[in-house]
Design a protein around this ligand. Sequence first.
Ligand code: GDD
Ligand code: GTP
Length: 414
Amino acid sequence: MHKAVILVGGPSRGTRFRPLSLNVPKPLFPVAGAPIIEHHLSALAKIDNLKEVLIIGFFEDNVFANFIDHAAVEYPNINVRYLREYQALGTAGGIYHFRDEILRGNPTSFFVIHADIACDFPLQGMLDAHSKHRGLCTLLGTKVPREQANKFGCLIARPETNEVMHYVEKPESFISDLISCGVYLFDSAVFSEIKAALDNKKNAHEENDYLWSAPDDRLRLEQDLLRPLSEGKKLYVFETQNFWRQIKTAGSAVPANAAYLEKYAAGAPERLARKKEGSPDIVGAVYIHPSAQVDPSAKIGPNVSIGPRAVIGKGTEGLRLALAVHLIDILSMQAGSCILHAVVGWDSRIGTWARVEGSPVQGHSTTVTRNGVKSQSITILGKEVSVKDEIIIRNCIVLPHKELKASFHNEILM
Ligand code: GDD
Ligand code: GTP
């Protein structure tokens, strides 16, 4: 039997996902028509004999209640629960704290998945690979552009066996373009190693500096556990060639949205909007919530998600919503407006002949530098932002409840 843990963190940090996380906790933010962590759940539900998914974090208890009720209907074969850390215990601390819950029912192995990623989740491939070696952990790896690798956990593996020889968390200088995706499969026996990691940390603290500082209660999966596992030849990598994205900044929700929509286009086209008589002009992969109203004159796509109760109004030329737009709950959109590479928050209004646009995301970075000035590639409108007629908002982040009567470029509007 298998289980899984989704690490969701908590509300105390995470400034990078603002302003969208001011209204919904990041793990529940909708991407391609479903909360970020529902994509995790739907992949886990495809694994035979996976019985339970534990969401571990330090959000209030009620934050995941509706999500769990929904999961019980949608995925009746898995039991989903939320376990709350009394404080941030670190990426391995929560897992150790709730070890009795994880081990209840004697699972042979369990997945651990970070909430803040979008991925094709090749979980069956990981299980198959894991059964062929004698390690305690198989982690999912992917190649990223060389200049972006040091933002991740980097690893060097033996090509013939996939055994990880070196693991370095966010190295200062380049060591490898093969990085850890934040998806792990652990043998249940790993808990003795986690206990050893915890003891090592305590001993090191007592020997070195206990007079000067309080012990750091957080146990880090990466530095405290993966590193010793690799030194003990117990860590293996399963490299994916399929899509993987990290969701850190609000703008990074846009490429994640596009990746999931393209995945649906290939394997589950029934989830996507279809072009039919009298419907808007749909280009490529587009998701439209059943409760949204879109005027037939609009042009939408590719890679657009339109959320519940959005209203896309009538336009003389039709609305041109092209390329990687992620729209959520737009209250009203009027003639001739255009939205590109943007996230439009709940209950925002875009006036006639207005433009809300960003630039395409390059690789894994959501910032662009032009003439030495760094700005956001994706334009983000927070909740209840109103863009007046004929206004242009380009490469901006706009906080909730703003009324924009003038055009802005490369700014954070508070
Ligand atoms: N429950 C719980 N408790 N979850 C936590 C805690 C904690 O104290 N701290 C972080 N998390 C969750 C976050 O919500 C996120 O889903 C995940 O753990 C990892 O978050 P970070 O600790 O911010 O790490 P990172 O995202 O910068 O880097 C990690 O992920 C990369 C892949 O996305 C590392 O594991 C890298 O090695 C890896 O490449
Ligand atoms: P920053 O450097 O400030 O972005 O901090 P960080 O590295 O902690 O950011 P990260 O995106 O990893 O967020 C940590 C956890 O906090 C994640 O699990 C998020 O789900 C959660 N989180 C991020 N932003 C917010 C927020 O504004 N509100 C709430 N409620 N939770 C958030």
